[in-house]
Design a protein around this ligand. Structure first.
Ligand SMILES: C[S@@+](CC[C@H](N)C(=O)[O-])C[C@H]1O[C@@H](n2cnc3c(N)ncnc32)[C@H](O)[C@@H]1O
Length: 315
């Protein structure tokens, strides 16, 4: 439906754009579910960066104490790549996704991994989670916020279902990623000018309200502010992923060379080299919900996700 037709039918422009964007994202994920799962075994740059994302996320989760038989929620769980390792660590996991083919892959993945009895999969929307307040000790949203029509509504829902004392782990696309800084077509420095032009084109009905599917990019400060705005306290963060490297949106290196440059830049960022440590394509934040420490639900110490304490840089 065109924006003009939606307006004539009394559907507010924003709502129309929101619904349209979500259904486009759903269609994209339904059509690429198997490719998404395969990426976790691929040696492409994209595969390497997503495998790194998963391992950084797990190492941050492993750095905090979550009770035995932790109740964990994986929002936008996709094919279950996070749900499986969480279940293997002893957590009882609920995976939520809007897209049937993703949930089907997750179902067969958890069953082949032998953790089917610890993982429940639910079709639901991240903006309206069907769980009561404080139902989980750990909430994860990997690769999720940037696809939501309202990242703040998604963050607020994840914070609501988190028990005081619990942890949230989420990531966002970095507005100041290296490629965006170097590529004149992508640079965030021109973003305000581009936004104004788009606004004018939309007002004149010369452009559809949602040009791109991904909704949000955040600077580190904006991402931390978003997390604080839902009542959580960021305690650790990492940026990661530097490629692909583009100029005027064309890739300047073949995949293998880009992967080597990406690895080198990641090593520098991991050593906390100033500036570089903030230029990763994505940022992941571990945040804490103030309040009592979550109580153990089974009391079995062998199920404790980890007791190691933070290694990541406190914020
Ligand atoms: C980029 S994939 C990430 C999948 C998985 N978390 C991972 O790290 O591999 C995003 C996932 O979020 C799901 N998703 C997008 N919008 C959603 C929404 N509003 N509610 C629930 N899931 C959503 C998609 O269907 C997709 O499975």
């Amino acid at each position: 439906m065109s924006p003009r037709r939606a307006e004539r039918m009394g559907i507010p422009g924003e709502l129309h754009a929101t619904g349209r964007r979500q259904s486009m994202a759903d269609a994209r994920f339904a059509g690429t579910a198997q490719m998404w799962l395969d990426m976790y075994d691929a040696s492409s740059l994209r595969g390497i960066i997503h495998q790194r994302r998963l391992s950084i996320a797990l190492s941050l989760i492993d750095s905090v104490t979550v009770p035995g038989e932790a109740r964990a929620l994986d929002v936008g769980c996709g094919p279950g790549v996070m749900a499986i390792p969480l279940a293997r660590r002893g957590a009882r996991v609920v995976g939520v996704d809007r897209v049937g083919p993703m949930l089907d892959l997750a179902r067969s993945g958890v069953s082949s991994a032998g953790v089917g009895d610890r993982v429940e999969l639910v079709m639901a929307d991240a903006s309206e989670l069907p769980f009561s307040d404080g139902a989980f000790d750990l909430v994860v949203g990997l690769g999720l916020l940037m696809w939501l029509p309202s990242p703040s509504q998604g963050a607020s829902e994840m914070a609501r279902v988190l028990e005081p004392g619990g942890f949230l782990l989420v990531n966002a696309s970095n507005r100041w990623r290296l490629t965006f800084v170097l590529d004149p077509m992508e640079t965030a420095l021109l973003a305000p000018a581009k936004r104004s032009i788009k606004r004018l084109l939309r007002r004149a009905h010369l452009m559809e309200p949602t040009g791109r599917l991904e909704s949000g990019k955040h600077s580190g400060r904006e991402f931390r502010a978003l997390i604080r705005s839902v009542g959580l306290e960021p305690v650790a963060s990492r940026t990661f992923g530097f490629g692909p490297f583009t100029l005027f949106r064309f890739r300047v290196f073949p995949d293998r060379a880009a992967a080597a440059v990406d690895r080198w830049l990641q090593r520098m960022a991991d050593r906390n080299v100033p500036i570089l440590r903030s230029l990763g394509a994505q940022q992941v934040i571990l945040a804490h919900k103030p309040g009592a420490a979550p109580t153990s639900h089974a009391g079995d110490a062998s199920n404790v996700i980890s007791r190691r304490g933070f290694r990541a840089r406190p914020l």
